[in-house]
Design a binder for this molecule. Structure first.
Ligand code: ADP
Length: 494
């Protein structure tokens, strides 16, 4: 992947967001940009300057209905569009997205705090990997499965509502859209009202790619009204949601009224298990890059470092050294490695957890609830390391969603597995050990949807999703596409 992305590293920020991309008043419905009649907009706040720098529209239930109806009307035509044609349309979307990578990274930096240099590579990496995989699947010869005289027909589920959060605001829409369109479904997407700009840039790319009207629609607004109206619309056949466990639970209830399908990608409290001293350095480095990715605002972040009891202090020291080397600052600065959190609310939530961790008796090694030195604006939380954390402490159980690491001690691999599995989540996990077969045994025992053994890289072609309260259903690869199909049995007589 690094060779394919080298052209992106060489780009400059000359390709900056235009005024029209900062002041969004129209949504994309049935192939047209439409201004909602009441013209209401929501301010988008720059999380470094703490001032409104952009605005996004908000729609009424009328536009929700128009968008869903357009998607439903386009459904049959798109479902019957040959796979090769769907592939070439996704290829066009990819090309139109490629032109916008710089601006998407800029929007992401300002609306959610992702350091621009990391954001540029991450945007390009994940969204393009998923688009490429979908194109590849569609271009491969496709033979319908038969069981004796029964045809197993994989039918698209229909209209997909894609409801996404602010932390990876473009790639989450890209993943859901690429997979649903590849499966022959049509989409109505609703990005987070907190960070809508990069989702609108994705919609621009789809608009430029000239897909048939209604195949992809983008609406916008707050979750409790626009999101809720979309999720409860009778013509929505499947809800694909990424966000908090609380909202996921609520959407599952909403879907149950009409037995609509749900895919839920929710929170996590993922653990890195270290089996021996020789593995410590590599494992700590990996944990820190995961824990601090996107300033800690990543659902798969490894936020619990579980090491042999006697190594707790050493591990915490190594983690603190890496945390100390972070460059906090303006997320638009190419040198920044850690930006601010998305909002004042989120900063306060994370600081609350830190204060609580201190009260619970965890040992604070670095950071804390005070503002980092020298930064008098921006929603920053200092990189924070707790050691000697007990597994039943709140900071070891709940998703904090900020740059906070907990170091815990284990008395052997079975105890380590019990700690790793001892939360209500099961999104990701990691293990490092010099005995490769023991490391793999432990990796298999970690009950999480995505597990890395001895530094195994995240594979965007493999299934992604959570166990327990981390979610339901899978994204990415052919599993992500199958999530939007229904197998039907058609048995033919002699
Ligand atoms: P986060 O705090 O990570 O943004 P949320 O779960 O609150 O997580 O939001 C994720 C997405 O879900 C956002 O697009 C938000 O607008 C939407 N959302 C929130 N509440 C609802 C709801 N009741 N119905 C539908 N969508 C919602």
């Amino acid at each position: 992947m690094s060779d394919q992305l080298s052209h992106i590293d060489k780009r400059t920020t000359a390709n900056r967001l235009q005024e029209s991309e900062l002041r969004r008043t129209a949504v994309f419905i049935d192939g047209n940009w439409i201004e909602p009649p009441d013209g209401r907009t929501i301010d988008v706040v720059d999380c470094y300057t703490e001032t409104a720098f952009a605005e996004g529209p908000t729609v009424s239930v009328d536009e929700v209905d128009r968008a869903v109806t357009a998607a439903a009307t386009a459904g049959s035509g798109w479902a019957h569009t040959p796979r090769s044609v769907r592939a070439s349309m996704l290829q066009r979307v990819r090309e139109c997205l490629d032109e916008r990578v710089d601006r998407i990274a800029e929007a992401w930096a300002r609306e959610a705090g992702m350091p621009i240099a990391v954001g540029r590579r991450s945007t390009a990496g994940l969204a393009f990997a998923v688009l490429d995989e979908m194109i590849d699947i569609l271009e491969r010869p496709h033979v319908e499965e038969r069981l004796d005289r029964t045809i197993v027909a994989q039918e698209p589920v229909g209209v997909v509502a894609a409801i996404t959060p602010w932390n990876y605001p473009m790639s989450q829409i890209a993943i859901k859209t690429a997979s649903a369109l590849a499966a022959g479904c049509t989409v109505v997407a609703k990005p987070s009202e907190v960070a809508p700009l990069s989702a609108f840039l994705f919609a621009d790319a789809v608009a430029d790619a000239d897909l048939p009207p209604g195949v992809f629609n983008l609406i916008a607004g707050e979750g409790h009204d626009v999101g809720q109206a979309l999720a409860s619309h009778p013509l929505v056949d499947a809800i694909s949601f990424t966000g908090s466990t609380a909202t996921g639970r609520h959407l599952m209830r909403t879907a149950s009224d009409r037995i609509a399908r749900v895919t839920l990608e929710l929170g996590g409290k993922s653990a890195m298990v270290v089996l021996d001293e020789e593995s410590l350095e590599a494992a700590v480095a990996r944990t820190m890059s995961s824990c601090f990715m996107n300033n800690g605002q990543t659902c798969t972040a490894l936020t619990r470092l579980v090491v042999p009891e006697r190594l707790v202090d050493e591990a915490a020291g190594m983690a603190a050294a890496i945390a100390n080397s972070q460059i906090l600052g303006d997320p638009l600065d190419e040198a920044t490695t850690m930006g601010p959190l998305v909002s004042a609310t989120q900063r306060e939530r994370v600081r609350h957890y830190i204060r609580h961790g201190i009260q619970e008796g965890a040992q604070l090694i670095l950071g804390g609830a005070d503002a980092p030195e020298g930064l008098n604006h921006g929603y920053f939380v200092a990189p924070t390391i707790f050691s000697h954390v007990a597994t039943d402490m709140q900071i070891a159980q709940e998703e904090i969603f900020g740059p906070v690491l907990c170091v815990l001690g284990h008395s052997g691999s079975d105890h380590a597995v019990a700690i790793a599995n001892g939360t209500r989540y099961g999104l990701a996990g990691s293990v490092w050990g010099t005995d490769a077969s023991e490391a793999l045994r432990v990796g298999r025992a970690i009950r999480a949807g995505t597990v890395s053994v001895n530094g195994g890289a995240f594979n965007p072609r493999a299934p992604y999703g959570g166990l327990r309260q981390s979610g339901l259903g899978r994204e990415l690869g052919r599993w992500g596409m199958d999530e939007f199909t229904e197998p039907r049995a058609i048995s033919v007589g002699d």
